[in-house]
Design a binder for this molecule. Structure first.
Ligand code: GLC
Length: 431
């Protein structure tokens, strides 16, 4: 239960709100070109050429247990794997298409391996499922399709039948939600019914095309309690802003109620493995994103894109290690925490979180203020203060500022920043 009232939703979100930190995994044929998971549409690659990636797909170094260990060590509590991304390639042994991992050199059902490995490490299990499908013969060509500028694109659409495609999705979702035990999250992606289309006869797609109501009913029937995101264009349990700066807690546009939300972020700007991408985030940025998200009542799902050989490259590995090193000592400010009561002002360069029972406040010093930290709104409320990473006492005192008719609190800090990427002060409040 959260100390804030959030918009009521059908799924079981209690564990989700507590756990706060998850791993997104984008893996598919696009790991071979290693130039973005949208490569088929960006470069308008014809099927025959894209076939090569299917032909040579062979993640010989893939060990799902290793992924799971890395996630766990980073402090992540749940994961979401792309069972099918927009390219249409399925990572599971489905009856409804040949375009699946069991027909590649890899030969095994990766969804099964993922579920077993992550469950064994105690993580909750999520499936990402793409609503778009650039391989399926019934999926009509629209502004996102790789053949959008083909001369005969309009004719190619004749005979394509989105009803059949919607049924295909329901069949696959049935497989995913019956063959792998308890599934905690279904992450549908995405709707774009308002997107302008490049050619006048084209139609953008949304909930009606996915037959989203039926899809959601089915999902709930097969896995009661599952968490579903908003991206079918029908609001469900969680809102999932993507690669955005964390400023405010997202609210329902009509009712103003707070939403349960999960920021989804990348290590380097792309979701699939992108060899030549150079915008990899620093440890400060990565840890900062987690803190900022929880400080506004949200979850963070951080993405990794394994290489086509199936392992996480050194940049991803380093990033996860940075999380792990920090979380080992500081996770108490993340798990079971949320936005602090607004009566406690966020000091300059800092972000606050508060334990759900209200008894502890965490000050994350993104900018380390040597020697003293000035607090507003805390006077008379603190019982004890310490650094979180080593549990060492910090002295503090209240000071009246007569001119301003207010009392501030000053915390004494060592001049040299402790050896922690982002140091955290733990405050125990008076009862
Ligand atoms: C997007 C992209 C995509 C990615 C997803 C994750 O909508 O289409 O490639 O899977 O966001 O949030």
């Amino acid at each position: 239960m959260s100390k804030y009232t959030v918009k009521n939703t059908p799924g079981n979100t209690d564990w989700f709100i507590h756990d706060r930190f998850g791993m997104f995994i984008h893996f598919g044929l696009y790991a071979l070109p290693a130039r973005h998971e949208w490569i088929k549409q960006k470069e308008m690659i014809p099927e025959a050429k894209y076939e090569q990636y299917f032909k040579y797909f062979n993640p010989d170094m893939l060990d799902a247990r290793e992924w799971a260990r890395q996630a766990k060590n980073a402090g992540m509590k749940y994961a979401v794997l792309t069972t099918k991304h927009h390219e249409g390639f399925c990572l599971f042994d489905t009856k409804y298409t040949d375009y699946k991992i069991t027909n590649t050199a890899y030969g095994r059902d990766l969804v099964r391996e993922y579920v077993d490995a992550f469950r064994a490490e105690g993580l909750k299990i999520g499936f990402y499922y793409s609503l778009l499908d650039w391989h399926h013969p019934d999926f009509t060509i629209d502004g996102f399709h790789q053949r959008r500028y083909d001369e005969n694109a309009k004719e190619l659409n004749e005979g394509r039948d989105m009803h059949r495609y919607a049924e295909y999705m329901r069949n696959q979702v049935t497989e995913l939600l019956t063959n792998y035990g308890k599934i905690d999250i279904l992450w549908y992606d995405f709707s774009y019914s308002k997107n302008p289309q490049p050619r006048d006869w084209m139609k953008a797609k949304g909930k009606d095309d996915w037959e989203a109501e039926k899809l959601i009913d089915l999902t709930r029937k097969l896995q009661p309690g599952i968490i579903i995101n908003h991206r079918t264009e029908i609001e469900q349990d969680i809102s999932t802003p993507e690669q955005s700066r964390v400023t405010d807690w997202p609210k329902d546009k009509e009712t103003g109620e707070r939403l349960i939300w999960e920021g989804c972020q990348t290590l380097s700007g792309s979701w699939g493995y992108f060899r030549d991408e150079t915008t990899w985030k620093s440890p400060e940025m990565l840890i900062g994103l987690l803190i900022k998200t929880v400080s506004r009542g949200g979850n963070l799902i951080m993405n990794v894109g394994p290489t086509s050989r199936g392992y996480l490259d050194y940049r991803a590995e380093n990033a996860l290690k940075a999380y792990g090193d920090w979380m080992k000592y500081n996770s108490r400010s993340i798990y079971g925490c949320t936005m602090a009561d607004p009566e406690f002002e966020e000091p300059d360069g800092c972000r606050l979180t508060q334990s759900d029972d209200g008894k502890r406040i965490y000050i994350h010093m993104l900018d380390y203020p040597f020697s003293k930290l000035e607090l507003h709104g805390f006077a008379g409320k603190i019982d004890y203060a310490q650094f979180l990473h080593d549990g060492s006492e910090l002295f503090f005192h209240d000071e009246e500022i007569a001119d301003e008719n207010t009392t501030i609190t000053l915390i004494d800090l060592p001049v040299v920043k402790p050896n922690v990427t982002i140091p955290v002060i733990e405050l125990f409040l008076k009862d």
